[in-house]
Design a protein around this ligand. Sequence first.
Ligand SMILES: Nc1ncnc2c1ncn2[C@@H]1O[C@H](COP(=O)(O)OP(=O)(O)OP(=O)(O)O)[C@@H](O)[C@H]1O
Ligand SMILES: [Mg+2]
Length: 219
Amino acid sequence: MSKVIHTKNLWKVFPNGVEALKDVNVEVYKGEVVGLMGPSGSGKSTLLHIVAGLEKPTKGEVYLMGHDITRMGEDELAYLRQKYVAFIFQFYYLLEDFSVLENLTLIGELAGIKNPKDKAMEILEYLRLTNRLKHRPSQLSGGEQQRVAIGRALMLEPSILLADEPTGNLDIAEGRRIFELFLRLREERGVSLLVATHNEELKVYFDRIYRLRDGKLDV
Ligand SMILES: Nc1ncnc2c1ncn2[C@@H]1O[C@H](COP(=O)(O)OP(=O)(O)OP(=O)(O)O)[C@@H](O)[C@H]1O
Ligand SMILES: [Mg+2]
């Protein structure tokens, strides 16, 4: 089986001296659903951002589909990210001036997805948002915004899905539905997932779990 994500001796030290990641080695194989757990401030978001190429590590290597993204130019990295990766952000970053439906269709168009509107409607139906299509993000509840952020990532039909507390604002039943959708993506399209969560009830969905504590992985 091929490794889709691999970090080697990864360190992140922020300018203020916080050591957010200390010598972190993780691996995710194709089709795996891997959990990233640990207390608040333990480095989960930092690790996901670095794996996505959104932030640079202080030291160490990050391989995405076998390519070391820490040695890549911006263009090459952007290409790789666009081709393979989607990110569900902890703080959503939805487009405020656009409706729910547009938040999905616009990204689908940018990514060159066929029939972006049909695809968006299919995703929004699963996410139970068809009664909110014309709402702006600011007119939605926190959990609804979170589901739009999930929908937007799914529009990209990624091979690798990185999710940062994707169910943090959802009740447990809705959280389970999201994880069931993740498992379906794995079954149907071999998608690999690395998912940060606090929620111990969702552990059952993971093939494996990495636990971070103060920037270090438990062994
Ligand atoms: N830009 C930054 N500059 C300085 N320190 C930072 C920065 N970003 C994060 N940190 C620190 O790095 C540590 C790890 O933060 P991170 O956001 O990765 O934690 P987390 O595990 O995702 O937490 P949470 O569960 O609350 O989302 C924290 O102590 C945080 O204060
Ligand atoms: Mg976080």
